[in-house]
Design a protein around this ligand. Structure first.
Ligand code: MG
Length: 241
C-alpha cells in the first residue's frame, strides 16, 4: 500500500513538472551541433573513407598481403577468378558501408553458381552477393541474406544488366575479457533503396557448412569474396560510426 502511494505521488510529481513547462525554448537542445557533411561530385559524404573510387584497388590486398589482382577498368573492379578474396588494409568496427555491385550481364550458371560473391563485415559475417534475379536458391543464401542465417525480407534484385546498391549499417559484436560474446552484431541492409535486413541480429560467423561460431575479435577488414564468378564492384565507401 505504501509503495503504491509512493508510485502514485511520484507519477503526479512528474506530471506536475511537465505541466509547468510553458516555454518552447525549455526543450530545445543547441549543443553540441551535429557536424555538417558535404558531398563530392559522386555524392560521397565528406567524412567517408573511400575504398574504391574507380581508379585503383590500392585500399585492398589479398590474404597474403599482396596487392589486389582484381581487374580495374572503366571505373569498376571485377573479380579475377582464383586470385582469391580481397581485404581492406584498414580495419573497421561499427560502420556504414556503401557498395555497388553487378553480376555478369551474360548469365552463366544457376543457383549459388551465378554471380556469387560476398561482403564480409569484419572479415567474418557475410552479406551475400548473388545474381538472385530470376534465380532460385535457398532463401538464406540469396542476395542480401546473412549467409545461411537470415533471408532478406524481400528480393529487391534488378536485372544483371543493372547495378545493385547495398547500404549496410553494421554494429559490431561485443566480447568480454574472457572472450564471451555479451552482445551480438546487428546489421541493417538496404538493397536498391529497399530495407531487406532490419536491424537483424547476426548469430555468429557465416560458414558454408555448420553453425555460426563466436570467436572473440576486434575490428576487422571488409572482405570481398572470390567465388569464381566475375562480379564487378564500384563506388565503395565506408563511414566509421
Ligand atoms: Mg557468397
Amino acid at each position: 500500500m505504501k509503495s503504491f502511494f509512493l508510485l502514485f505521488s511520484t507519477f503526479y510529481f512528474i506530471l506536475s513538472l511537465s505541466a509547468q513547462i510553458t516555454d518552447p525554448v525549455a526543450t530545445e537542445v543547441w549543443e553540441p551541433e551535429p557536424r555538417h557533411i558535404t558531398f563530392n561530385a559522386h555524392n560521397v559524404p565528406s567524412d567517408a573513407i573511400v575504398l574504391f573510387d574507380g581508379t585503383n584497388a590500392d585500399a585492398w590486398v589479398h590474404a597474403d598481403g599482396t596487392p589486389a589482382k582484381w581487374k580495374v577498368e572503366n571505373g569498376t573492379m571485377t573479380v579475377v577468378a582464383r586470385t582469391g578474396a580481397i581485404f581492406t588494409k584498414e580495419s573497421f568496427g561499427d560502420a556504414q558501408l556503401h557498395i555497388e555491385w553487378s553480376a555478369p550481364d551474360v548469365i552463366v550458371g544457376e543457383g549459388q553458381g551465378r554471380g556469387n560473391s560476398g561482403v564480409f563485415l569484419q572479415n567474418k559475417y557475410e552479406v551475400q552477393v548473388l545474381d538472385s534475379y530470376q534465380n532460385r536458391t535457398y532463401s538464406n543464401g540469396q542476395a542480401g541474406s546473412i549467409y545461411k542465417q537470415t533471408m532478406p525480407l524481400v528480393n529487391a534484385m534488378k536485372s544483371p544488366e543493372e547495378w545493385q546498391v547495398y547500404d549496410i549499417i553494421f554494429k559490431a559484436p561485443v566480447f568480454n575479457a574472457d572472450g564471451i560474446k555479451v552482445s551480438s552484431a546487428t546489421v541493417t541492409v538496404i538493397h536498391n533503396g529497399v530495407v531487406i535486413q532490419n536491424h537483424t541480429e547476426i548469430k555468429g560467423t557465416t560458414p558454408y557448412i555448420g553453425l555460426p561460431q563466436n570467436p572473440a575479435h576486434g575490428d576487422g577488414p571488409i572482405q570481398l569474396q572470390d567465388h569464381g564468378n566475375p562480379v564487378s564492384f564500384r563506388n565503395i565507401w565506408i563511414r566509421k560510426l
